[in-house]
Design a binder for this molecule. Structure first.
Ligand code: K7E
Ligand code: CUA
Ligand code: CA
Length: 640
């Protein structure tokens, strides 16, 4: 079980090379690692298979009928949805449409979903695409409370909220003044009011600087380009404030006491091209003193840009030279860092080096000391900066003091002890802070472990999103599935127990105990102001060229076997499903009109379209609901 581990940890020469190589050289090594057919940089796949690949321990593959013990919420990548997985099996249970239309449920077709997604004046969707990366859920007392999850759309600067009682998206907010909106993280407590021990804010980092205000006339003026850090209200989903920063934002972390939020920065250079973005030896992790930011907003110390009314406070270095009044502080971290992750003991943020083979451990108590004027240099909050391997990206935790960091270039997961790293950094070079290494298949990005981003990290299961699967699955043309690998981290050594193909490109995910959620099985008619509560209310009403058709469904029939409209009418169909049994969902499709949506038990939905052709059009149920499902129909008669 241990030879690949031994062998993998003896690759210091390559690591040394990377540590000192010229920036352009780094990128070269990275690409070679990806393109080199089938071979991860650090080890041949055959040898790695002889390593920690174990027989699945009991419970990884549940028997038929057995339930998983954890939920996973997965970002859906370009499909713009959130995926719900059961863990440790890795079975995909559900997809929650958010940013992009979904043909199964009619998301992007129903009036209700279009209102959430945002439409242009002509009723068409504002954006047809999305690029989701990060998903996190709301907290209470340092654990998930099952209220909400959030997910970002990098392309169109949108953040979506998911209600975790019904697993539906209920709000989407577009963030002003930014592009390349990437990292998100909810706060875990209020910085001022101790009674608020739950999430009320979501912090958002933007990667790309843009001229502010954004005018083409300033395209060549580098000094006008800025990134903003944004705070969104968790309940209203309105943007509360933004902070102008030096450099850019990447991923985001928040402290358990609610006092600090931070974003890693890989482009303090403000470069427009990758060579410029890699020119500095160190970038930064920018820390925000949340209470002071919000006080500045209250005191009116802000400006606004363009038509946005959002207050923007000044968190640049120039405006924050006195730590005792500073709203932000910049901790320097090595070259182009990527993930920043909060340890479950609440003490540290760990920045993964990406172009530096290191992880930087920042002690939050010391950052607060700096803000109090008691620590001379904010960089003294760095309590460890240790070598892990090539291309560190993201870090998870087991609640036993160990961190697990993905190494993109080395194609490895490295398990390391945080206290050990701190001792090593303090001078005790005899400490072996690296506990274990595991070869992955291949080029891992995000990593997370069960309960890892809570105070209750339980160190049982870990999942890694590998960007390349190469030879792990049957080939399906030029683009392979990505490989999500499940790893048992309950012992000293990590054991790879399963591979799962996944459609690209999910990026981030969280894993938590199943009893933290109590999903509801049916809706209440009262949730919908337009509900058709009684089949007797069914019928057609006309207001000029606008026609409303009210209907109910109860297996195996719609309340209207037919309805009549006129050619050119703008038809709105309102359908309430009066069935009361979970899973008794009906669909409603209209032939040759591009209409199809589902209604869950006791749910109401509506669609609006123009009846632009005269004739008879069958409407039918698209969701198998009854032995007479095929017979469950209605007819739309469009008179000339
Ligand atoms: Cu590392 Cu967008 Cu979180 Cu992908 S980011 S891996
Ligand atoms: Cu109703 Cu099928
Ligand atoms: Ca940089």
């Amino acid at each position: 079980m241990s030879d690949s581990h031994e062998r993998a940890s003896e690759a210091p020469s390559r690591r040394k090379f990377l540590n000192t190589a010229a920036a352009a050289g780094l990128a070269g090594v990275g690409l070679a690692a990806c393109n080199d057919k089938g071979a991860p940089a650090a080890a041949a796949p055959a040898a790695s298979a002889a390593g920690h690949v174990g027989a699945a321990p009991a419970g990884v593959h549940p028997k038929p009928g057995e339930l998983d013990t954890y939920y996973g919420l997965w970002s859906g990548g370009h499909t713009g949805d959130m995926r719900v997985l059961g863990l440790p099996s890795g079975r995909e249970l559900h997809r929650i449409p958010c940013f992009v239309p979904d043909a199964l449920v009619g998301w992007g077709q129903t009036n209700e979903s279009k209102a959430i997604m945002g439409t242009k004046p002509d009723g068409s969707l504002k954006f047809p695409c999305a690029d989701t990366h990060h998903t996190h859920a709301s907290y209470k007392d340092g654990n998930y409370d099952g209220r909400y999850a959030w997910i970002n759309d990098k392309i169109n600067a949108r953040i979506a909220r998911i209600r975790l009682d019904y697993f539906i998206c209920d709000k989407i907010t577009q963030i002003p003044n930014v592009q390349g909106f990437h990292g998100i993280f909810p706060d875990k407590a209020d910085p001022v009011d101790p009674k608020i021990n739950y999430t009320t804010r979501v912090f958002c980092g933007a990667e790309f600087g843009i001229p502010l205000p954004n005018t083409a006339a300033d395209a060549a003026k580098a000094e006008t380009y800025h990134s903003l850090f944004t705070c969104v209200d968790a309940e209203t989903m309105e943007v509360r404030w933004q902070a102008l920063i030096d450099g850019n934002c990447d991923l985001v972390a928040t402290s358990y006491d609610g006092k600090l939020a931070a974003a890693n920065q890989y482009n303090i250079e403000g470069g427009a091209h990758y060579a410029e973005m890699m020119s500095a030896e160190r970038d930064a992790c920018v820390f925000f003193h949340v209470a002071r930011v919000e006080q500045a907003v209250k005191d009116g110390k802000f400006k606004t840009y363009g038509d946005s009314k959002v207050p923007v406070v000044d968190a640049t270095r120039k405006a924050n030279t006195d730590p005792k009044t500073a709203i932000a502080g910049y901790v320097s971290v090595p070259k182009n860092p990527h993930g920043v992750n909060a340890s479950p003991d609440g003490k540290y943020f760990i920045c993964a080096g990406k172009l530096s083979p290191t992880a930087t451990v920042i002690e939050l108590a010391k950052v607060l000391e700096w803000f109090d004027g008691k620590l001379e240099k904010i960089d003294s909050a760095i309590v460890a900066e240790v070598e892990l391997g090539l291309g560190p990206l993201h870090t998870a935790f087991d609640g036993r003091g160990n961190a697990y960091t993905t190494l993109f270039l080395d194609s490895q997961l490295v398990k390391w002890n945080v206290d050990g790293a701190i001792k090593f950094h303090a001078g005790d070079k005899s400490v072996k802070y690296v506990v274990d290494r595991l070869d992955l298949q291949y080029q891992p990005g995000h990593v997370n472990a069960s309960q890892s981003e809570t105070r209750f990290a339980d160190g049982k299961w870990l999942a890694v999103g590998c960007k390349f699967s190469k030879d792990r699955f049957l080939p399906v043309g030029p683009l392979h599935a990505e490989n999500e690998q499940i790893i048992d981290i309950s012992g000293e050594k990590m054991v790879l127990v399963a591979d799962h193909p996944v459609r690209g490109e999910p990026h981030d995910f969280i894993i938590f105990k199943r009893d933290l959620l109590r999903p509801k099985q049916i809706y209440s008619l009262d949730d919908f102001p337009n509900a058709v509560k009684d089949p007797k209310e069914s019928g057609v009403t006309r207001n000029g060229k606008k026609v409303t058709v009210k209907m109910t469904s109860q297996a195996p029939a719609f309340s209207l076997p037919e309805f009549t409209v006129k050619k050119g009418d703008e038809v709105t169909i309102i359908l309430t499903n009066l069935d009361k049994v979970e899973d008794l969902t009906h669909g409603f499709a209209i032939a040759n009109h591009g209409v199809n949506f589902i209604v869950n038990p006791q749910e109401t939905k509506s669609v609006t379209f123009t009846a632009d052709k005269a004739g008879v059009f069958w409407c039918y149920c698209t969701h198998f609901c009854h032995a007479l499902h095929l017979e469950m129909r209605s007819r739309m008669i469009v008179e000339a």
